[in-house]
Design a protein. Structure first.
Length: 81
């Protein structure tokens, strides 16, 4: 399996994941403060979408690098997306 080679893309992905981490900490605070379930669900949905965007960003980097044949990338998408 290839690695992310571009340092700027690695940093961007790590920055995005740090934001997701912040969102999840916010969800924890909502739960601890007995917030409305709809508000919690909304924030969980936003965090899930942010993780999905991170995943597809990583896949895009892999495609750009050209380290994997397209059928292997398709298999990975079928397995994890």
């Amino acid at each position: 399996m290839p690695l992310l080679a571009d340092p700027s893309k690695k940093k961007a992905l790590c920055d995005r994941l740090a934001r997701v981490e912040g969102q999840l900490r916010g969800v924890q605070r909502l739960i601890e403060s007995d917030a409305d379930c709809e508000k919690i669900a909304q924030q969980l949905s936003a965090a899930r979408k942010a993780l999905d965007k991170s995943f597809f960003s990583m896949v895009g980097c892999m495609i750009e690098q050209g380290d994997l044949p397209s059928d292997e990338i398709a298999d990975m998408l079928a397995k994890f997306a």
